[in-house]
Structures are given as C-alpha cells and as structure tokens.
Write a protein that binds this ligand. Sequence first.
Ligand SMILES: Nc1ncnc2c1ncn2[C@@H]1O[C@H](COP(=O)(O)OP(=O)(O)OP(=O)(O)O)[C@@H](O)[C@H]1O
Length: 655
Amino acid sequence: MEKISVGVRFRPSTSSPHSDSSRQWQISDNAISLCHLNTPISGYTFAFDHVFDESLGNAVVYRVLIKSIIDAAIDGFNGTAFAYGQTSSGKTYTMNGSEMDPGIIPLAIKDIFDTIHKTSEREFLIRVSYMEIYNEEINDLLVLESQKLPIHENLERGVYVAGIREEIVSNAEQVLQLLKLGEENRHFGETNMNARSSRSHTIFRMVIESRAKEEDSFKEDTITDAVRVSVLNLVDLAGSERIAKTGAEGVRLKEGKHINKSLMVLGNVINKLSEGGKQRGHIPYRDSKLTRILQPALGGNAKTSIICTVAPEDVHVEETRGTLQFASRAKRITNCVQVNEILTDAALLKRQKLEIEELRKKLMGSHSEVLEQVLLKQRNDMHKSELERDRLATELEEERKARYALEHRILEQEKKIENLMNLSVSAHFSSACSQKKVGERSATPDEAHFLAFDHLKTPNFKCPSIDFVVRRPSYKELESSPIPDNFADVADEDLWTRLNKGRVTDLEAFQMTPPLPVQEFPSSETSLVVPSNEELQAKNYERLEEDLHDVRKQCEALKEQYSELEEENNILKEEKIGLTDDVACLENQINQVKSEKQVVLKELKEEKRKLNDLREEVRRLITTFSQKEGMLTSLYSKSRAFVENTKTAPIAPHE
Ligand SMILES: Nc1ncnc2c1ncn2[C@@H]1O[C@H](COP(=O)(O)OP(=O)(O)OP(=O)(O)O)[C@@H](O)[C@H]1O
C-alpha cells in the first residue's frame, strides 16, 4: 500500500507587486496559510509534503515529486502524474513547460531514455499514445481522423481506449516530435482568464515493456523471459472555472460545463477514496471517462503524484482554497502497487509445464495417497476383525472348557447322588434287618422316618427284594457262612428260614451284592443315630438336586451362547473374505496409477527433450540471422560506396 503523493505549486502572480490587497498566501516550510496583514485566517491553513513557491522551476517539481514515479515505471510499476487546479493556475505550464523551463513530460521523456540506455541487462520497447477527453469524448491526438474512441474493458488489459494509435519509439526526440504533434491537435480556446486555455483533459501515455536480455533468458531452469509492462500516464487536466469569471458562452460555455462536470466526478472519486475503509462504499469511476481511464491511478495498481497548481492572487482565493481542500483529501488515498509482469509464449510454456507437472504430482500424490489410506483402513479393519475373531475363538474355547467342567461336575454330582441313593438303600436294608432282629418290637420314630425315605428311590435303584431267600444245600455241613460276620452270632436255621420265608435256593448260585464303596454298613449298635445322618443326607440330596437343576440351566445358557458365538464367527469369516477382496481391488488400482504415472513421466521427459531441441534451433537461427545481417550490411555499404564512387567519378569523354 502506498499513499498518493501530493504537491502544491504556486504560479507567479499576475497582479502588480504594488497591489493593495491586504490578503495573501504565505508559505512556511510545507504549510500554506492565507494571511490578513500577516495573520493567518482561520480555516485557510493547509499542510502538504511538498509546496513549491513561484520561484521554483519545473525541474525542481519533477525531481521532488515525479522522478520516483518515472524510475518505478521503468522497473515495471504503473505510474501516473497529473496536474489539477483552476483555469490559468499553471497546469499546462507544469506538464509541458516552456523552452527555457521544460515541463514534467519532456523531463520524463528524457529521463526514461537516459535510464534505459544505462540499463544494459534489459531490453526495452516503448510505445507512445496521446489522447484528449473533450466534451466527454475521447480523441486520438496523434491521428486527426481518429475521434470519439470507445473505452473497453477486459480481464487481460483492464480498461483501455480501443483503436488508439500507439507509436513505437526508440529515442527521446521521436517522442518529443509526437508530443508536439499532439499539442497541435489538442483543443485550446481563449477565455477571459487564459488566452490559451486547455479545453480538454489530455493524457500522454507511455507503455514501457522490458525483459532480460537474451543471453540471460536462456539459462537452464529459470524463467527469465517474463516481460514487465508498465503504463505511465502524464495528465494535464482542464481547469475548473467559474463561468462568470471566464465569461464563457456558446462553445466555451459547453466546454466549461463538461470540464466542470468531469472534475466534479474526479472530486467525488477522490472524496470517496479518501474516506477509506468501510465508509468508502461505491467509487463512481464510471461516472466520467476521465475517472474511468485514471481508475488504476486512483486507489488501484499505480504510483501516483498529483500537482495541485494554484493562483496566488486575492481574486482567486476561494478557487485556491477549493484546490487545497482537494489536495488535502487526495493525500489520504492509498494505492496498491505491484510490478506488472507478463509472460512471453516461451516463458508461458515453461511456466505452464512446471505448473502442469506440479499439478500432476499433486493429483497423483493425492490419488495414490487416498488409495493408500483406504487400503490402510481396510487392512486395519481386517486386522481388527481378525483380532475380534481370535478373541471370540478364545472365548469359545473357554466356554467349551467351562461347559466340559460343568458337565464333568454334573456327572460327579450324579455319581454322588447315586452313591447317596445306594447308601440310603443300604440304610433302609439295614433298618429292615435290624427290625427283624429286634423281633416283635415296633419301629422307633427314627426307624419310621428312615422307612419313609423309601419314596426317594431313583429308577436305577436296584433294591434287592426283601423276600429274597437263600438256602444252603446242607447248611449243617456249612463251614463258612456267606452271611456277613456280624450276623454270625445270630444266624440260625430259624432266622434263615424266616429270612427266606420258607423258600430255598441254591447258595452256590447266590451272588452277593458288592460291598458299598461309600459308606460302611452301620453297626446295629449305631443304628439308632443313623436317622439324623440320613436326614442330613436327604438335605444334601435335595441341595444337590437343586445344584443339578442350576447347572443344567447354566449348561443350556452356555449352549445358546456357544451357538451365538459360532454365528458371529461365521459372519466375521464372511467379512474377512469381503475385505480381502477389497484389498486386492485397491492394490490393483494402485498398480494402475503407478503405471499411469510412469507414462506421464515419460511424456514429460519427451516434452523436455523437444523444448531443448527447439531452444537449440532458435539459437541456430539467431546465429544465422546475425551472419546474414552482417553480410547484408557489408553488401549494402559496398553498394553505397560503389554508387558514391560512380557519382563522384569523372565521366570519361566519349571518344
Ligand atoms: N510557474 C510558472 N512560471 C511562469 N509562468 C507560469 C507558471 N505557471 C503558469 N504560468 C503562466 O500562466 C499562464 C497560464 O498558465 P497555464 O496555461 O499553464 O494554465 P492552466 O492551468 O493550464 O490553464 P487552463 O486550465 O485554462 O488550461 C501561462 O501564460 C503560463 O505561461
């Protein structure tokens, strides 16, 4: 961002030095005040960066206010300098000057060519055009017939005057000639205030193109053949005027109205721009041709200087004050300046190729990156599924083990129950035996209870029949009894008869019930405490039955869980198959992209090779061209010498 630079210039007074005016403008450093008898009048004091009194010539104004813009224009920055002020305040004098005191335009022209000649590392091309805005119409001052030119606008060129003549120039003299031609075509008119008053705004324009010289532009891998293009506008505005003062009528009046109107629009644009920031709103550039053409210079991409010319006479105090107010506002405007670099075809080609390559890299990078990311995600998912599957398999195994343990426990419990049942039967049997033993005695309450235990028999309970009778073939000759020892003392024929209830069987065929493994058969003496144990066992039995029931339930639940896990396992297997397919597909895509990349890289290599060939061809052509040029020049010199010789050689008298 760069502020517009504003200077105020006083022209020499036209009043007599002995004028009896009590008011006059006084300059102190860069401040200007209107003083009455040397006392500043309130509201009439202004301060600027540069104030030029009437003694200072155009060269000073140029050096202080304009030179930096010219230098910047040569370096590729747009630049604009314009003179603003009331009629007859010295605008045209400042811009064009006189023979003795050349103005800003001739000084700039000279400066530009001096600088260009000193800049050996770049080559320049300069085009000049000169136009005026007269009664809101654009005329080409270098071509008389070219009138009322339209303003066009496009993205590439911005705002431009269509059809204007642009003369390519190679030295300052040529430009000064064109300037002179334009001056002759420009509209001047006589008014009460100025014998030669500018009736139009004029824009003298130089387009400066430059680029690095050839030997630098062919350096490998650099883009040096970019062209800088800058536009320099040197503007001489028509002066604002009071119709009453200028005495304008007819044509002059019409001109005056247009001049005032376009200056008013310029004032509005400056006002808006000076407000800055949010209050700024719409800038009315389009309200006049002048502001449209100067748009880049006002708040755009250009370095800008304004010279406000003022007349010192007391009679122009209000106009001078108006001009100073305009200058104060313009001072607040900031422009956004940057070098204008455009590219030649070669540079464009190079840069585009680089850009394409960059983009391709990015594209391919991003494409394979995306694929790789997807692949990675799929792999992660697959890995997760595998872990989940392993976890489920472990769980399943544990469940299986638990089930097995439970089943084992159930079996054990069942065995215990069976044993208990056997024990109960034995007890029952023992009780029955003891009942027989006590003969006629009725069962005690405990015995009765034990007998009542009979209903708890399980279906596999093999209770030997109480009616079971054995008979020895000859019991008298019996040497050893199959009856347990504790029966030995009491066993007699009668007992056995009673036991067998008269039936006789072959003792040889008798098979004893195997002894019970769990509990010893209780003795007859302890048979009285057995019922309480039995009771306990019955309770145990009940508890075990309950346990068994619970375990069965658990077993059922485990079975269900097992089948669920198996289902889940199957789903995971299917998912794994799907993911494996996806991974294979993505890997295929990556391979495809890789092979495409190879092809593109090959193409780029080929294009680079072609470019180098082209470059070589251009070099060769340049060499051939310079050789031919040399030959032609020497041929031309020879021919000229020959012609000269022929002209000067004395003609031999005819014999
Ligand atoms: N600084 C100066 N030194 C000497 N003479 C000057 C100076 N400024 C202006 N003049 C003279 O004052 C007269 C009016 O100046 P000029 O034509 O440049 O005014 P202008 O502002 O261009 O007027 P207009 O707007 O009517 O064209 C001219 O005769 C010019 O030579």
